[in-house]
Design a protein around this ligand. Structure first.
Ligand SMILES: [Fe+2]
Ligand SMILES: [Fe+2]
Length: 157
């Protein structure tokens, strides 16, 4: 499976996990299954964001990607923060909050993933990867890593 296929598969998997979480919170159940699903979701999403920001987006950083890069990097921060908010709301037993945030996360993620898949971004990454004959990627995200825009100014000025 190519790296691009794997990224697209990650997106699909994230969707499935969130749909499962939605179904459970919709029934008003706050069992450990939600935490387990969110845990898998969180690991999947964070590692995926790490690869995109540290390895993949920089390969196509240029005028073509500039506008989308900025939007996508900001969205990574929003997605990341929402996941952490859901996890802490869940730990506090605030199921209404969990529900609201899961819906928000799901909507944001759909848009985010669609931009990456349908605006030529993954396509450009695929081309760049092919040109350099593949790329060695770490199998884990370093401990304490967070999205680059989390700590740098996120305005365009
Ligand atoms: Fe992304
Ligand atoms: Fe992605």
């Amino acid at each position: 499976m190519s790296l691009i296929d794997r990224l697209v598969q990650d997106h699909a998997e994230e969707d499935v996990l969130l749909e499962k979480v939605k179904a459970i919170v919709e029934e008003g159940r706050g069992d450990g299954q939600v935490m387990e699903l969110m845990d898998r979701f969180s690991r999947n999403l964070k590692y995926h964001i790490f690869l995109e920001e540290e390895y993949l987006f920089p390969m196509i950083a240029g005028e073509y990607i500039f506008r989308w890069n900025f939007e996508l990097m900001n969205q990574h921060v929003a997605l990341w923060n929402l996941v952490e908010k859901i996890e802490s709301s869940f730990r506090r037993g605030e199921l209404e909050e969990v529900k609201k945030s899961v819906y928000l996360l799901s909507s944001l993620l759909k848009v985010h993933n669609a931009i990456e898949e349908r605006n030529g971004i993954y396509e450009e990454i695929g081309k760049a990867l092919k040109e350099r004959g593949g790329m060695e990627l770490p199998s884990e995200m370093p401990k304490g890593w967070s999205p680059k825009f989390m700590t740098t100014p996120t305005s365009e000025e």
